[in-house]
Design a protein around this ligand. Structure first.
Ligand code: GLU
Ligand code: ZN
Length: 283
């Protein structure tokens, strides 16, 4: 380690389900800047578990766009590193081990409901995608009691009424009441895919991430993730949730905002430094 090295480890974790837009650029630049200001490392992680929506050109796309923005990273899918693989689709054994620990600890139960939120659980619940609070229908079910061949997901059982509090690096003290802000949440889908919440915690812990920087629509996910860290006996990272970039109508930028994709902005000859102006200081 050089004299300037620090224990700060940050990460940038794009999902290759579309091209990056201005909102991603601002958040990722903030993550990068916080790591570099601390003399720390930047990990690039390819969150490619959503196999119905992932496309290889979007991986190429984010690598290219991040470089165009002037960001760099010390570990990642394109350059390896001591905590690889940096592609989530290649980390299934680690997720399976995490699920096994949750099962051993009695933290999860099989859920046979066929709800749309089970389908959606593999993607991070960004604004407007939050799953409805699960009413606990399957609480108390045991795998042994299910008819052979029954399809089920695994849900993490929360304690109703518990307030999960944490101090966010940007948003300050936050408290989320389990059972109100979120319910028992899916950690493993019936088709064998871990949920975003489980994969994110397993990876951030395994990769030694000390601070998670991302958009503020994931604040309530931090509360769920803290419950997972506690159940797993793992040390949780610090959190820093950035403001979302909104369109003129006040909606979160989404993949449909083609004109604000970084490739469109690049083709228009825009200067990346100018696009990020204000972000770095505000972060
Ligand atoms: N790949 C996830 C997303 O794009 C990462 C969320 C997070 O940073 O935890 O939404
Ligand atoms: Zn159920």
């Amino acid at each position: 380690m050089s004299a300037a090295a620090s224990f700060y480890r940050g990460r940038i974790a794009p999902s290759p389900t579309g091209f990056l837009h201005l909102g991603h650029a601002r958040t990722f630049a903030t993550a990068w800047r916080r790591a570099r200001d601390a003399g720390g490392s930047v990990v690039l992680r390819n969150d490619d578990l959503d196999r119905d929506r992932v496309r290889p050109e979007f991986v190429e796309g984010f690598l290219e766009d991040l470089k165009w923005l002037g960001l760099d990273w010390d570990e990642g899918p394109d350059r390896g590193g001591p905590f690889g693989s940096y592609n989530q689709s290649e980390r299934m054994p680690s997720y399976a081990a995490t699920l096994a620990r949750l099962r051993e600890g009695g933290w999860v139960y099989p859920c046979t409901c066929s709800r749309r939120d089970i389908q959606g659980a593999v993607a991070a619940p960004h604004a407007g995608d939050e799953e409805p609070v699960y009413p606990g229908t399957c609480r108390g079910k045991r795998v042994e009691d299910l008819a052979p061949g029954t399809r089920f997901s695994w849900r993490f059982r929360i304690s109703d009424g518990e307030t999960v509090s944490f101090v966010d690096g940007r948003c300050g003290l936050r408290g989320y009441v389990a059972g109100r802000a979120f319910g028992d949440f899916v950690v493993w889908r019936h088709d064998g895919v871990p949920s975003y919440q489980l994969a994110c915690v397993a990876d951030d812990a395994a990769m030694g991430i000390t601070e998670v920087v991302r958009g503020e629509d994931l604040l309530a996910s931090a509360a769920r993730q803290l419950l997972l860290y506690r159940a797993l006996g793992l040390r949780a990272p610090a959190f820093f949730h950035c403001p979302l970039v909104l369109d003129e109508a006040g909606a979160r930028l989404a993949k449909r905002h083609e004109s604000l994709s970084l490739r469109a902005l690049r083709e228009q000859g825009r200067d990346p430094a100018e696009l990020l102006a204000g972000t770095l200081k505000a972060g």
